[in-house]
Ligand binder design. Structure first.
Ligand code: SAM
Ligand code: ZN
Length: 283
């Protein structure tokens, strides 16, 4: 039985371009997406478009990381970050817009933006199939597609009103190409203080590079100009499971030994959450 076209994917189909020939549109055909010359991409049973074929992406969250992230985000501990992202997005464009979330993970932030913008539609891109399964179910108006941020996006030029990037890798040239001139890029990233209590106790968790802000500015500057920056910083209490999930959802999780984690007092019961959210306008 072919998979019926998921409604949210139908809603965003006109945004998509064939990843192989780059310019042609994709059409649903027997549970797949096909371009007029015949390049074909599966629609996964879980509802996302499998546009990433051929060589495997070099990065992306595995099942354990996605599960930890999903559980952690469902506690609401990062809700203030989602709130700021949604506010910046809604402020930037009219209620009817197209939002592309790059490195969307489980689609938590995209869903937050779409809740704020009742007429908008969204598309999440990620390399992780586990994340995409969740992203395809995150919101009625959110489609999801497998894609690697470091390759040219399978999207039409000037098709997006908002490109959202939350704690995810970036491709400034492609962000610029797919955004309309009136659109906004919203980048949310951690500050040096983010989760500092956890880092202090588990040194194998990768530190946040102090020159990161400078580097972000350097790579975005040819394409974008910062319009508004908001800082979100607060202290959050953690259960032991929350703390374990926070560790498990970081890319350095595999360097943390079980013994470290089982050592009674090592996990903090409180952490600083600290992030910057900037809305950029295209140059
Ligand atoms: C720290 S997580 C953030 C996920 C989500 N934005 C959130 O904050 O909940 C980084 C995400 O980027 C994805 N990712 C890593 N490398 C990628 C790549 N090359 N292309 C697209 N997504 C990638 C991971 O699979 C993961 O979902
Ligand atoms: Zn094609």
């Amino acid at each position: 039985m072919p998979v019926p076209l998921p409604p949210a994917l139908d809603l965003s189909l006109d945004l998509l371009r064939c990843p192989t020939c780059r310019t042609r549109r994709l059409h649903p055909d027997h549970g797949a997406l096909r371009c007029p010359v015949g390049h074909t991409f599966d629609i996964a049973r879980h509802g996302y478009a499998g546009l990433l074929t051929g060589t495997r992406a070099t990065s992306g969250d595995d099942a354990a990381m996605v599960q930890a992230r999903d559980r952690f985000l469902s506690t609401g501990i990062y809700a203030p970050i989602r709130e700021v992202g949604a506010r910046l997005a809604a402020h930037a464009v009219s209620e009817q817009g197209t939002v592309v979330d790059v490195g969307c993970g489980t689609g938590y932030y995209l869903a937050g933006v779409l809740d704020r913008m009742p007429g908008a539609r969204g598309l999440g891109l990620d390399t992780s199939v586990r994340a995409l399964r969740a992203a395809a179910r995150a919101h009625d108006r959110a489609a999801a597609a497998a894609w690697d941020v470091f390759r040219p996006f399978p999207l039409a030029d000037a098709a997006a009103d908002v490109v959202l990037d939350v704690f995810a890798p970036r491709n400034p040239a492609e962000f610029h190409r797919v955004l309309r001139p009136t659109g906004r890029l919203i980048v949310i990233r951690p500050t040096e203080r983010h989760l500092s209590e956890l880092r202090a106790r588990l040194p194998s968790i990768v530190a946040i590079d102090p020159v990161k802000e400078q580097r972000l500015h350097q790579v975005l500057n040819p394409f974008f100009e910062a319009a508004v920056t908001e800082q979100v910083e607060y202290s959050a209490s953690l259960t032991r499971l929350d703390a374990l999930d926070l560790v498990a959802m970081t890319p350095s999780a595999r360097h943390v030994s079980r013994a470290d984690l089982n050592d009674g007092g090592v996990l903090p019961d409180q952490v600083t959450v600290s992030a910057l959210a900037t809305a950029y306008q295209p140059r």
